[in-house]
Design a protein around this ligand. Structure first.
Ligand SMILES: NC(=O)c1ccc[n+]([C@@H]2O[C@H](COP(=O)([O-])OP(=O)(O)OC[C@H]3O[C@@H](n4cnc5c(N)ncnc54)[C@H](OP(=O)(O)O)[C@@H]3O)[C@@H](O)[C@H]2O)c1
Length: 343
């Protein structure tokens, strides 16, 4: 039996879902993989940090988090001064990073993942910012240290896109990527098809807690562009920033246009696209009308889809139906097991 010490950097929606999943799967992991684990450190932004080498009881942290209370009372270490101080002192084997995304430069997650890797911790991240802004640097740092930086949950939550190409499809060259990758805009367009105005549809996505108070990151296509960048950077091996992507959001689509498309048997979707044109990579995020025989036509609500074309397998299509924090948590758990398991 191998024992692993786990630490969490971020304990919000995703961190708590991961804690829940680790508790539920513990016996299965012990029995099937000969792997045991304990959580020895948790750091948040405004709710304190705690290290306990004997293991922190996850149910206690979850209770505190649900009551919006600080977790400092669980700390059995000297005072922890900062997230970097926490990383230095937590003495874990694996760090799970799930702090808020920064689309512009990936910070502070890039610096914190770098510190975690420098301290010798395998690092599993749900954050797309560092993939877009520092994938090559962080991956080569991990390699130098003989450890891993995995980030399956950064795009399409737990759907195994990055792992599939890394582990199962060696020597496959990705030629193009098409997808509907932003669930908020897809849900807004689906609600407008049912007769809601743009503003009513946004209010609905807010009521479900899936869009921000300022939803412009979704509506103007930034989130979709960042996800496309992450896929292109890793799978097409071409680092690209969201600013380089030709981007149009869904603000301009009126209820009349939605109805007209419906009457023609078409549906509006916010389509992400990347493809080689000779030596040039063409990338875009823009609303397009899709017809009934397109695989994108039936993608409703928060479901997302990506179609990846390679030189060896033609087009592979992945559909993730109704994802949530539980699927993001599974992507992180799978990364952890794929890093440490021997069978
Ligand atoms: N939600 C999803 O379904 C989903 C899906 C895929 C990927 N993701 C990605 O997962 C990440 C987390 O999402 P979430 O929904 O869990 O966010 P969240 O609920 O806002 O939680 C963020 C957590 O990070 C902590 N934090 C903030 N700044 C920190 C810092 N500098 N150092 C340490 N901890 C810090 C916060 O602590 P305080 O609350 O105390 O400030 C909180 O515990 C994001 O990058 C997101 O893009 C989320």
């Amino acid at each position: 039996m191998t024992n692993y010490k786990l630490a969490f950097l971020g304990f919000g929606n995703v961190g708590q879902a991961l804690a829940d999943l680790l508790s539920k799967k513990k016996n299965e992991i012990v029995n099937n993989y000969d792997i045991n684990f304990s959580v020895t450190g948790i750091a948040t932004g405004r709710h304190g940090m705690a290290i306990d080498p004997n293991g922190i009881e996850l149910s206690k942290v979850c209770d505190l988090a649900k009551r919006d209370e600080t977790i400092t009372s669980l700390n059995r270490n000297n005072e922890l001064l900062s997230a970097k101080d926490f990383i230095q002192k937590c003495r874990a084997d694996v760090m799970f990073e799930s702090i808020p995304v920064n689309y512009e430069n990936g910070q502070p997650a890039v610096d914190l993942i770098r510190s975690s890797l420098e301290a010798g911790l395998h690092t599993v991240s749900a954050n797309k910012g560092p993939v877009v802004h520092a994938y090559q640097e962080l991956t080569s740092l991990a390699k130098t240290k003989g450890i891993k930086y995995y980030f399956e949950s950064a795009v399409m939550d737990g759907a195994p896109i990055f792992g599939l190409f890394r582990e199962t499809l060696p020597a496959a060259t990705v030629l193009s990527i098409h997808g509907v990758l932003n669930s908020t805009t897809n849900l807004i367009l689906s609600r407008m098809e049912k007769g809601e105005s743009f503003d009513q549809a946004i209010a609905y996505t807010r009521s479900l807690g899936i869009s921000e108070t300022d939803p412009s990151g979704d509506i103007d296509g930034w989130d979709a562009a960042v996800k496309l960048c992450a896929l292109v950077t890793v799978l097409m091996k071409k680092p690209i920033t969201p600013q380089e992507i030709s981007r149009t959001g869904i603000r301009g689509i009126t209820l009349d246009e939605i109805r007209k498309a419906q009457s023609e048997g078409l549906r509006w979707k916010l389509i992400c696209e990347a493809k080689w044109d000779g030596n040039q990579l063409k990338t875009s995020v823009s609303p397009e009308k899709v017809e009934i025989n397109s695989p994108f036509y039936r993608i409703d609500g928060t479901t997302s889809i990506v179609q990846i074309e390679s030189d060896v397998l033609g087009r592979l299509t992945f559909i993730e139906e109704n994802p949530g924090t539980h699927t993001t948590a599974y992507g992180m758990l799978a990364d952890f097991l794929n890093i440490v398991r021997k069978n």
